[in-house]
Design a protein around this ligand. Sequence first.
Ligand code: SF4
Length: 258
Amino acid sequence: MDSGSDGLKIRRLQRRGGFMIAFVAIMVDTLRNLNERIIACRQCPRLVRYREKVAREKRAAYREWNYWGKPVPGFGDARARLLILGLAPAAHGGNRTGRVFTGDRSGDFLYKALHEAGFANQPTSVRRDDGLKLKDAYVAAALRCAPPANKPLPSEMANCLPYLEKELEILRPRAVLALGSLAMRALLWLLHEQGKLPSRTAFLFRHGASHELGTGLPRLFVSYHPSQQNTFTGKLTEEMLANVLREVRRFLEKDLPK
Ligand code: SF4
């Protein structure tokens, strides 16, 4: 290759690099705007009452905490190819710390696994300013407010899923990892409502399963939820979640970078 075509190639790469930086900046900005809207949301009166009551009354062990008490936005890398989807923040976890899967046993389990799989810079997630950074992954919940007894109403899910719809639109992830059957069903319901999936019942929930959803849609990976109920009983072990993340990694490596 002569020096002229070298120069051309370098200029092209620089131009592409410049576009990429601008593109990522726009995505960060768009996600920030979305997250501001989520945090300010009060669409579900029952959930607003509950999240604020929990924040006022607190759990004895967290008496010193200033609870977040608001909807919990998504968190992670604006260029993520993997979206990790849970159901909802925990009353004394995300609803206390303000970051999804942070400050509870589920989060301890999840972020340790993400760190070991190379998606997180550290294995712990305790508060919003603890230095945690995700790489190529973004974590969100189908419902942004902690529901009483972990049971949202269908109307509350319907109110909240447009936020996930927007996240999918902004991030355009190559893969979604649904943590638990409720998160998986929420995603399928949303895609079906959007007319992107002919059937939302065609995909079975099974730990370790992965589903091709269709052209233009992310590949769906499935895991049991890392709740204490599952991890303490051995229904979900560290190895089981590591295996799923390994599959996700393998899939992303075959895929083109964003
Ligand atoms: S659950 Fe979602 S829609 Fe309902 S108040 Fe919270 S953020 Fe808003």
